[in-house]
Design a protein around this ligand. Structure first.
Ligand SMILES: *Cc1c(COP(=O)(O)O)cnc(C)c1O
Length: 352
């Protein structure tokens, strides 16, 4: 029996390379883009393991569990890591990063926009500090690509991890790593990790150095054909339009949640992620008892905020007026809001 999900055509090397080039254009990278088969967290671990070395001094910004993990992987690879931990649910203060860099740093790592805690770090200001310190700039842009404007070369970023499954609305089983020449100089060194699923150097040797003619390993056809479809869809809409609807949905969501009486966790819009909007959990809200439409839109934010904090999801396909309206109605109902209040919140969202 033939099955659409099983009997897929194999992934041609030309497609594998073409998709990497298209990701490069999307993130403003003229350097190399590698594919890592596995979810984005594996690509982050591979990058930390490949780029860090004993004696390296790293400044690592922590605004969610992802930053904490990244620091641990850098340490495991021998780096001396100075974690700059922001207050939970808030972006890092540029002054704190500047102070940490003053001690000397070879590498500066941060998450751009957070889907876990709902914040967006001031990446341009931090990148400028990193450049001034001469540090390699490593960015976890897994969630932000497609949700916030991002231009790798212009920013001076050296290593960027991209996840297809957040704002880009693609598959969750592969991720991309974009690298500058400076990043390669740190990764491709005597004694660097190799013959490992975490070694980016293996991918350079097997794919880039081999002229991109032979696939490095066995790509999962499902994932790459889905990636091709996701990029087709993003390119048809245009990356600026994709980012634009995330930013406008952030604005609309913030206004509507306020109209429903919720207390937003992130006070300034510019500090807020365009992927999710966080708010203090209202006492009247029982998430577990809600209908599927509520559970699709709202869950608990990830982190220790001191009080329970919810996040309203407007990532990827949910960054659209209809998905927003469905989520708002479900949330309003669960809060016991009157139809008039819910209508007013929808109206506010529409005009924000
Ligand atoms: C989702 C996310 C990740 C991890 O991605 P997975 O695909 O779930 O492994 C890493 N960093 C950030 C900022 C994310 O939002």
């Amino acid at each position: 029996m033939r099955h659409d999900l099983l009997d897929l055509p194999p992934v041609p090397a030309a497609l594998y390379g073409d998709l990497a080039d298209r990701i490069g254009r999307l993130v403003g990278c003229t350097g190399d883009v590698l594919w890592v088969q596995g979810e984005a967290i594996l690509a982050l671990e591979a990058l930390a393991t490949s780029i860090a070395r004993p004696g390296m001094r790293a400044v690592n910004v922590v605004t969610s569990p992802y930053g904490r993990l990244f620091g641990a992987w850098l340490r495991r690879a021998g780096a001396t890591v100075n974690d700059v931990v922001a207050p939970e649910g808030h972006p890092v203060a540029t002054g704190a990063v500047e102070a940490a860099l003053a001690g000397g740093a070879d590498l500066l790592a941060l998450v751009h926009a957070e889907s876990a805690s709902g914040v967006c770090n001031p990446i341009e200001a931090i990148a400028a500090l990193g450049r001034a310190a001469g540090a390699l700039l490593v960015v976890d842009a897994v969630a932000s690509i497609g949700g916030h404007p991002f231009a790798m070369d212009a920013l001076g970023a050296d290593a960027v991890v991209i996840g297809p499954q957040k704002a880009l609305g693609g598959p969750a089983g592969i991720a991309a790593v974009a690298l500058s020449e400076r990043a390669w100089a740190a990764i491709d060194r005597p004694g660097a990790p190799s013959d490992s699923a975490l070694a980016l150097l293996d991918l350079r040797r097997r794919w880039l150095d081999a002229g991109r003619g032979t696939l490095p390993g066995m790509p999962s056809a499902l994932e790459w054909w889905a990636m091709a479809a996701a990029l087709d869809r993003i390119e048809a809409e245009g990356i600026d339009a994709v980012v634009g609807r995330h930013l406008s949905t952030r604005r609309a969501t913030r206004a509507a949640l306020r109209a429903l009486g919720l207390q937003l966790w992130v006070g300034n819009e510019a500090d807020a992620s365009a992927l999710v909007t966080t708010a203090v959990l209202p006492a009247a809200l029982d998430l577990a008892a809600g209908p599927p439409a509520l559970r699709a839109a709202v869950d608990l934010a990830v982190g220790d905020f001191g009080v329970p904090v919810i996040r309203f999801n407007h990532t990827g396909p949910r960054a659209r007026p209809l998905a927003l309206a469905e989520g708002l109605v479900a949330l309003g109902d669960a809060l016991g809001a009157t139809p008039q209040t819910i209508d007013a919140a929808l109206e506010t969202a529409g005009t924000a």
